[in-house]
Design a protein around this ligand. Structure first.
Ligand code: ATP
Ligand code: MG
Length: 392
């Protein structure tokens, strides 16, 4: 019989009335994520997603790997399915977990009887299978408190399942249950982490990137495309909007006081992002801003930049330390790409003495010579829309 995967649901189980919506979304997501790996059947029963290959040629290793990145799943088990009788269960243990049992020193059996029609209760199942294991593997000690290895037996509706320890899942909520967000994606460490954190809460992600050729190179743009691609591992395919920003940056340089350059530039980024966000059905704007990290991320500066838009601006990294952000970036696999040394447009024309405590009034005065709406309209015309897919 094939191997099956059991994915355990996380927070979804706490949802009341609309739990079925969360489950339906998760089922759709799992189905879609399994598609590249062959024909799988996906069902949700009793807080567990059952993923069952339907043919010999399914890529089980690829599918198993992909399951680790599906939001809404807290733990996952790769199991051997077998008939619901003790002989078949023990045969499955011996065949499927043999290597693990040979290398362990102590063990216990943990059983779960979801199908209450099964004649033995969970304690009796553990005793029976545990006894047989102890006999077949005489080097193993039974240790119910601190076992070196735990054999799991689950009696479900259709089959019994045998597996070793569960692995941690991606957690969070299923992608798509929490609306859609427009993430400002730079080439840095922070914004990919911010995108991941929002995606983890069930939000569909779309990104916007500003680049200023020739001040920033094609390589900087490629780096951002690669970062977007890395995030799709968690959130599925995404749209990346790439906005030519050179004209706006030059207009700021030529018409505004230097100490406000960054703030004015960021207000443009916000407004352009909001326009695209509304067109594409996004309900918020997300940035990788982090309180106190740089001059443009003081409370006062952030008040001025978010005043450029009406959509809510979410900043999931706001209270984290840099070290915590870096740890996350490593965990999600974006760090190595983020530290490639290509310049972002934020570092072009940076003021020597940026304002850290601006007021909105001062900034409005500083940008008054610019024809904001004409500049924004041209930048929007100059926007390239890319579909980013994950290729493994
Ligand atoms: P990051 O590591 O994300 O680049 P940072 O600390 O370098 O963050 P800034 O460069 O000031 O911070 O940018 C703050 C936020 O503004 C970024 O996290 C990102 O959300 C957005 N941002 C900055 N530059 C760009 C850009 N070129 N395109 C899109 N968004 C940007
Ligand atoms: Mg940056």
């Amino acid at each position: 019989m094939y191997e099956h995967f059991l994915l355990k649901l996380g927070e979804i189980v706490l949802k009341g009335q609309n739990r079925w919506q969360f489950e339906n979304k998760l089922k759709q997501n799992v189905n879609r994520r399994m598609r590249p790996f062959g024909d799988f059947r996906v069902n949700i029963i009793q807080s567990t997603v059952f993923v069952e290959p339907q043919s010999e040629d399914c890529d089980l290793d690829g599918a198993w790997e992909a399951c680790h990145y599906i939001f809404g799943v807290v733990a996952l088990c790769r199991c051997r399915a077998c008939n619901k009788d003790l002989d078949a269960i023990f045969a499955a243990v011996q065949e499927y977990l043999d290597d693990d049992l040979l290398s362990a020193q102590s063990f216990k059996v943990e059983s779960k009887r979801a199908d209450k029609r099964f004649p033995l209760n969970s304690i009796q199942i553990s005793q029976e299978i545990g006894g047989r294991i102890a006999e077949a593997y005489p080097h193993l000690k039974v240790d119910v408190h601190h076992p070196g290895y735990t054999v799991n037996v689950e009696i479900r509706d259709q089959y019994a399942y045998v597996h070793g320890p569960a692995e941690p899942g991606a957690g969070g909520l299923p992608t798509g249950v929490g609306g859609r967000a427009m993430v400002l994606l730079s080439g840095g460490i922070d914004s990919p982490v911010a995108a991941h954190m929002m995606a983890k809460r069930g939000v569909e992600i779309e990104c916007v990137h500003f680049f200023s050729y020739p001040y920033t190179s094609e390589l900087a743009k490629d780096k951002v495309i690669e970062l977007a691609r890395l995030i799709t591992k968690y959130c599925g395919r995404m749209t990346l909007n790439i906005v030519g920003f050179t004209e706006i940056q030059e207009a700021i340089r030529d018409n505004c006081p230097e100490e406000y350059f960054t703030l004015i530039m960021r207000r443009f980024m916000m407004e352009i992002s909001e326009r695209i966000a509304r067109d594409h059905g996004c309900g918020c704007i997300v940035t990788g801003e982090n309180l106190g990290q740089v001059a443009s991320q003081t409370m006062e500066a952030m008040a001025v930049t978010s005043a450029a838009v009406n959509l809510p601006v979410f900043t999931p990294l706001i209270g984290m330390d840099k070290e915590e952000i870096v740890t996350r970036a490593r965990q999600i696999g974006t760090m190595e790409t983020s530290i490639l040394p290509y310049e972002d447009c934020c570092t072009v024309f940076t003021p020597r003495h940026p304002r850290t405590k601006p007021t909105l009034e001062q900034v409005l005065r500083a940008e008054h010579k610019l024809d904001r709406q004409a500049l924004i309209a041209r930048a929007l015309e100059n926007t390239e829309l890319m579909k980013v897919r994950y290729h493994g």
